[in-house]
Write a protein that binds this ligand. Structure first.
Ligand code: NAP
Length: 313
């Protein structure tokens, strides 16, 4: 059994990610005491029913007091306000972390509230689903998924090691990088794909009624995969685009240029350009499978019955 890593762990925000961390910490006995805070009384009541926390409270400050590690699991637009609430009660040596999908803006919002005697070590588990809330979480969410840790300059090395250990103990593979690099990488691997999905599903929704019903009927031709991504939480994704503005706009600019080149190839019947591009992209899919980030099982017809309820986002 993995030894208890922290005496008291506090999770702020009992949604998909917060409740998954709580379940993983609990299942693997990584904390002496696990306290979960959520501002919503109904969510707190549900967490009590689900029974994955030792203590449940509506007050983030109450949860953070005496905690060895506090993990903020709210939409990135709310991270600064939560840090302001918990910062004054952090005990000496406490680690304050988060799980936000954007790192630069979150770091800027949280850092001013962290007292000198505590350590801010932001992180982002690159794992999720399109579901939200305390019922959506599950303990194996992070297994064999990446968790990117983005320590600010000058932060205590031992605090970084301890947070990395916690993520590894939950089954994640850990990579340390700068917040700036994280935001650029995630802009192309996660944020832009979500924007494209929201856009294509929105375009389909605006089609006249007769065409729209056939879009739903024949959605297996690729559209259905976009609808899964476009069903992701609106608050979370609104915040991601507002908070990672620069990197998303940079990648969107490149994407638009490349899309225009494809448009041009189609217009002028340049089959060679299309073939070359599609061959190149097929190789990228192969390398993702080789790195163990996907399986090679065919999926366009859906692995119907055995398809897991929760997939990586
Ligand atoms: P979620 O299921 O919607 O849960 C978010 C929780 O935070 C809810 O309990 C919510 O309470 C609470 N909350 C919302 N705004 C708040 C605020 N301003 N102050 C305090 N609490 C607030 O969201 P999630 O999917 O777990 O996402 C949480 C974080 O994980 C986000 O930063 C996201 O970027 C990151 N993340 C998500 C995924 C994913 O696939 N979903 C993957 C990796 C990382 P209410 O019900 O009262 O709003």
């Amino acid at each position: 059994m993995i030894p208890v890593l922290f005496g008291r762990v506090a999770i702020i925000g009992a949604g998909l990610i917060g409740s998954s961390i709580a379940r993983a910490v609990r299942e693997r006995h990584l904390a002496g005491t696990l306290v979960v805070a959520d501002r919503d009384a109904a969510v707190c009541a549900r967490v009590r029913e689900l029974g994955f926390a030792d203590e449940v409270t509506q007050s983030a400050a109450e949860a953070a007091r005496e905690a060895d590690v506090v993990i903020v699991c709210v939409p990135v637009g709310g991270a600064g306000a939560v840090a302001a609430e918990v910062g004054p009660v952090l005990k000496p040596g406490a680690i304050l972390s988060d799980v936000g999908s954007v790192k630069g803006a979150v770091l800027e919002a949280m850092a001013p509230h962290v007292p000198a005697h505590a350590h801010l070590v932001p992180a982002h588990p690159v794992a999720g689903t399109e579901f939200s809330g305390p019922d959506a979480g599950f303990a194996s969410l992070f297994e064999n998924r990446w968790c990117i840790v983005t320590p600010p300059d000058g932060v205590d090395g031992e605090a970084v090691t301890r947070l990395c250990d916690l993520w590894r103990a939950m089954g994640a593979n850990v990579e340390v990088m700068s917040a700036k690099r994280h935001d650029l990488v995630l802009a192309i691997t996660s944020h832009l794909p979500h924007l494209i999905a929201y856009n294509i599903v929105g375009t389909a929704a605006d089609l006249e009624d007769s065409l729209a019903s056939e879009v739903i009927k024949f959605s297996a031709g690729g559209f259905r995969d976009f609808t899964r991504i476009a069903a992701s939480d609106p608050t979370m994704w609104r915040d991601v685009f507002l908070q990672n503005r620069e990197a998303v706009l940079e990648m969107l600019g490149r994407f638009t240029e490349d899309l225009t080149a494809l448009q041009r190839a189609i217009r002028y019947g340049d089959g060679e350009a299309l073939f070359d591009q599609f061959t190149r992209t097929r190789a990228i899919r192969r390398s993702i499978i080789e790195m163990g980030q996907e399986t090679a099982a065919p999926d366009f017809g859906r692995r119907a019955a055995e398809k897991p309820k929760h997939e990586q986002s």
